[in-house]
Design a protein around this ligand. Structure first.
Ligand code: ADP
Length: 363
């Protein structure tokens, strides 16, 4: 059977009407990126981010309509954030330095998703705050912003002057996340350039006040967004969170190479879900072997900052919005995070002293 054509697809999509704008999505210019390959069709529907949840039925209807075309096996329609929103922030804002009152900025990164990067970021932020530092936490994990949930913060940030936003706050840590502005389960797919535009603007428009340190929960992975972000934000350093498996699979190494490429000092690697602690008997099981990360870190000439076990208490506390460092400060896991935070802070101190001190160059 002949492959379905783009024209046929656009034709049926003309039957899909945006209920609010009272016109079809093709005429409204909302459809883009139509791709067809051996009966598999994909396309994007561009929407304003805040309408994403409301337009889910429209997305589904568009998929169903295309599916009825002869020769179509599968259809995947995604809602993407509208192109016009990708414009950078207005000029006068673009000229202000980014985060001028923040003394140090640490990116928490990972080679891929699901390794516990956000959990680590929040517990480190809390540990630094318990050291008496003024801490901000910026959730740049725009694909899966989890900070509102992990910090147990509900509601929307307020803007006293209509221009800047006040950060949200819990447990003494100031926080901003795209998750406060769009629903957590909103099916938005951000385009590369738009992500940076949105993140830049969000970072700039927040009244952080004076901060000793800002922790950035980076988007997972080592693609263009992560690279651009590492270049645009004046990072003091980065830490890489990895599970024992990814250290073996070289995902952590990709993160390391990315920061090295843009000359951001890598402060070290944290091994998360390092070993399993049985909630019943407290026994430790070293499922993925033990000590591999430490050895690998040494091989890659990067500091091994410490390990955090796989323990249901860590998951439960962060899912409940009560991260373990705040809710169970005397637990050994909270202590593990505090030890790692102290090492990181020492390194930040050294880096900053180095910047101020005389430069020694070797010929
Ligand atoms: P990422 O930011 O890398 O995608 P998350 O921090 O969201 O990962 O963690 C993914 C899931 O794993 C979450 O449900 C979290 O609670 C859980 N998790 C993270 N670290 C641990 C740990 N050390 N022990 C148990 N569960 C963990």
């Amino acid at each position: 059977m002949a492959e379905v054509s783009e024209a046929q697809i656009l034709d049926v999509l003309k039957t899909i009407v945006d209920p609010q704008k009272k016109a079809d999505i093709v005429t409204l210019g909302m459809v883009s990126g139509v791709a067809v390959k051996t009966g598999h069709v994909a396309f994007a529907i561009e929407v304003e981010p805040k309408r994403a949840a409301e337009l889910e039925p429209l997305r589904k209807a568009a998929e169903d309509a295309v599916h009825k075309l002869p020769g179509v096996l599968t259809v995947s329609a995604v809602l993407t954030a509208q192109r016009q929103a990708a414009q950078p922030a207005p000029q006068q804002k673009g000229e202000r330095p980014l985060l001028p009152h923040v003394k140090s900025i640490i990116a928490v990164a990972s080679g891929k998703g699901g390794v516990g990067k956000s959990t680590t970021a929040i517990n480190l932020a809390l540990a630094l705050s318990q050291m008496g530092l003024k801490v901000g936490l910026f959730d740049a994990d725009i694909y899966g912003p989890s900070m509102p949930r992990m910090l147990g913060i509900r509601g929307e940030p307020v803007s006293p002057d209509g221009e800047t936003l006040l950060p949200m706050e819990n447990y003494g840590v100031k926080c901003m996340s795209i998750g406060f502005l769009v629903p957590e389960d909103s099916p938005i797919i951000w385009r590369g350039p738009m992500v940076m535009g949105a993140l830049n603007q969000l970072m700039r428009d927040v009244e952080w006040g004076e901060l000793d340190v800002m922790i950035i929960d980076m988007p997972p992975g080592t693609g263009d967004t992560q690279l651009t972000m590492s270049q645009n934000v004046p990072l003091t350093g980065a830490v890489i969170v990895s599970t024992p498996q990814d250290i073996a699979l070289l995902d952590a190494r990709k993160g390391l190479n990315m920061f090295r490429k843009v000359e951001v000092p890598v402060l070290g690697i944290i091994e998360n879900m390092s070993y399993y602690v049985c909630p019943k008997c407290g026994d430790e099981a070293h499922i993925f072997g033990h000590g591999g990360a430490k050895a690998e870190a040494a091989r890659l000439s990067v500091e091994f900052l410490g390990e955090v076990p796989l323990d249901i208490a860590i998951r439960e506390t962060s899912d409940q919005g009560e991260p373990i460092v705040a809710s169970r400060p005397s637990s050994p896991h909270a202590q593990a995070y505090r030890d790692i935070a102290a090492k990181i802070w020492d390194k930040v101190g050294l880096l900053q002293a180095g910047k101020k001190g005389p430069k020694i160059s070797f010929e």
